[in-house]
Design a protein around this ligand. Structure first.
Ligand code: COI
Length: 359
């Protein structure tokens, strides 16, 4: 439920505005813009008090349910500055719709997509000087919903905050667009069918940290998860979906209930199909992937995600054995997908799929 949601705007005082970071050293998610979007929900009023306000701390009761039971969902999307300073966003409605799917699974309220999109566009426009331009740098938006009712019973909260913060970012991985090294774990699992792996809830990421730390200690960029039951089918990488080009086919695991349906994943599938690539969504085991590396039929492998965009994979390590993928180099298709996606996102290229929203 939501009443007609007006959005009020309170601008940050000019003396409180922050210095903009050096565009060459943005890293990922370290700096935050001057404003944020915030709205509140409770059972009596639905969504209310929508505002664009100065970026600020929350004061929350220590009993707020999110602190105890992790009822929290989030999204990640980006705004880009193209020629003549035109601002674009990439498939924002899809992110907001996905947030509503996450909300459903986590017993949280739906957000009004049209109204929130209107608020997000106004927020991006207000902080437009924070959008970096050039060299893959973008403005990353993080819509988030958390349970704030102070109560310790395990049940849905009756009060929520929804907010959007924004961060100018560079490449997600230190490698930039250079091939990443991936650690395949069969010791830990990410998600089971019937669980919450297919939605973007905070706990999935909290649960992934230990495996990611082991991977980092061993010198690897990210973890590749296998299915939780048989520990042999490929699922996804820590922050992205995964694709393998084997022979002439581009293969990615199907969305079978434990994998997050990435919007970049969907964009890759649509783009590659439009180029005549045979994209197949099918289960593939780690042994099949390793055999394809061995016999040379695996031509390239890459991750896809909002933060990571297209992240070529140069090496897989499984059960302590290293397997170099495609000579450790970025493949032709990975490069083409990366270039094309970036060109569409920056408004430099036709947008045949109508993915771009102008701000
Ligand atoms: C994104 O790609 O937007 C993600 O959500 C990954 C993030 C956890 C870094």
């Amino acid at each position: 439920m939501w009443k007609d949601l007006d959005i009020s705007v309170v601008r940050c005082d000019s003396e409180k505005r922050k210095d903009k970071p050096d565009q060459k050293n943005l890293g990922f998610g370290k700096f935050f813009t001057d404003h944020m979007f915030l709205m509140k929900w409770d059972r009596e009023n639905g969504w209310h008090n929508a505002e664009i306000c100065p970026y600020q701390n929350f004061s929350m009761d220590p009993a707020a349910m999110v602190y105890h039971y992790g009822q929290a969902i989030f999204e990640g999307l980006k705004a880009y500055k193209g020629e003549n300073d035109q601002i674009y966003m990439f498939r924002p409605e899809d992110n907001l719709e996905r947030m509503n799917s996450s909300a459903l699974r986590m017993c949280m309220p739906r957000i009004p997509v049209d109204k929130v999109l209107k608020g997000i566009k106004a927020l991006v426009y207000l902080d437009r000087d924070w959008i970096p331009s050039g060299d893959g740098a973008t403005l990353y938006l993080r819509p988030t919903m958390v349970a704030v009712e102070p109560a310790l019973g395990v049940r849905p909260s009756s009060q929520y905050y929804f907010f959007v913060i924004m961060s100018p970012v560079g490449a997600y991985y230190a490698e930039g667009f250079n091939p990443t090294k991936i650690w395949v774990t069969d010791k830990y699992v990410r998600a089971v069918k019937g669980g919450v792996g297919h939605v973007k809830t905070a706990g999935n990421y909290a649960a992934s940290i230990m495996a990611a730390e082991e991977a980092h200690r061993a010198g690897y960029t990210q973890v590749l998860w296998l299915d939780a039951c048989e520990r042999k089918y490929i699922e996804e990488v820590g922050t992205s979906n995964i694709f393998f080009k084997i022979g002439e086919d581009l293969i990615t695991p199907p969305l079978n209930g434990s994998i997050l349906g990435g919007i970049t994943r969907d964009s890759v599938i649509q783009l590659a199909r439009s180029w005549g690539v045979n994209v197949i969504e099918k289960q593939i085991t780690i042994d099949e992937v390793l055999a394809a590396i061995e016999d040379g039929s695996l031509k390239e492998a890459f991750g896809s995600g909002t933060a990571a965009v297209i992240a070529p994979i140069g090496e897989l390590c499984y059960q302590e054995k290293k397997h170099v993928v495609a000579d450790g180099k970025t493949g032709e298709l990975s490069q083409r997908l990366f270039d094309e996606l970036q060109a569409i996102q920056n408004g430099r290229q036709d947008d045949p799929f109508k993915w771009i929203v102008r701000v």
